[in-house]
Ligand binder design. Structure first.
Ligand SMILES: *[C@@H]1O[C@H](CO)[C@@H](O)[C@H](O)[C@H]1NC(C)=O
Ligand SMILES: *[C@@H]1O[C@H](CO)[C@@H](O)[C@H](O)[C@H]1NC(C)=O
Ligand SMILES: *[C@@H]1O[C@H](CO)[C@@H](O)[C@H](O)[C@H]1NC(C)=O
Length: 199
């Protein structure tokens, strides 16, 4: 009987220690309840294993097909009235990315996203697109490009702002050179040289 009198308060004290943090946590809004902690610091080497950062180069041809029966780049917003620079025009695209300038050459991915005319005084576009790769080990991986495109400059540059799959933590840039501009159909073929750091 004497033992019980001693043990019960000790157990109660031990339990109160075990649960005190969660009791305090629930009283202070749920911290430590398992789903309350949303951020922590990780060791990059533990996350990536033996992978080292590397630089990859891709040369691809981007086909902005606006004319014909099977366009892949379609205006979804028309320019503001009377704009000579097509200001306001937005195209949604699912453009082929091929190995050579010929559209029938090997398809290695698609450029999915939009380009929007964002300059009132020159021909300038905002490019916002994902290169969705479909070939070899890159199949299913993506890189994301976002930036300004002065479409009549000989060489333009767009930042690579991220990626997925093999391109996690990607950063880099793409250089664009117009290969062909068909004034009759409006179709454009652009050579993309993409330089991307990734793991
Ligand atoms: C566009 O401009 C033309 C010529 O100035 C005018 O006739 C027309 O009403 C305008 N359209 C709109 C939608 O503002
Ligand atoms: C593209 O390739 C196809 C098939 O090889 C060929 O018939 C066509 O002439 C080529 N087009 C150009 C512009 O080289
Ligand atoms: C790419 O992956 C998709 C889905 O996993 C698969 O259906 C397709 O055959 C793959 N393509 C190539 C060229 O490996």
């Amino acid at each position: 009987m004497a033992n019980v009198v001693i043990i019960v308060p000790i157990l109660a004290f031990a339990f109160s220690l075990l649960f005190s943090s969660s009791l305090v946590a629930s009283a202070t809004g749920g911290r430590d309840e398992g789903y309350g902690i949303f951020g922590r610091t990780l060791d990059l080497n533990k996350l990536l294993g033996s992978k080292k950062e590397k630089l990859s180069h891709f040369r691809l041809y981007w086909h902005d097909v606006v004319g014909g029966k099977n366009p892949t780049s379609i205006p979804v917003v028309m320019p503001t009235n009377g704009s000579q620079t097509f200001f306001g025009m937005v195209n949604m695209m699912d453009n082929a990315l091929t190995l050579s300038p010929n559209l029938t050459s090997k398809l290695v991915g698609r450029a999915q996203g939009l380009h929007a005319m964002t300059s009132q005084h020159q021909l300038g576009a905002l490019m916002a697109m994902n290169f969705v790769f479909m070939e070899g080990k890159y199949n299913g991986s993506t890189i994301t490009l976002l930036g300004h495109n002065s479409i009549f400059d000989a060489v333009r540059e767009i930042p690579v702002v991220g990626g997925s799959g093999l391109f996690r933590f990607a950063r880099g840039y793409a250089q664009l050179r117009t290969h062909t501009f068909d004034t009759r159909t409006g179709d454009v073929i652009v050579e993309y040289n993409v330089y991307v750091l990734h793991y």
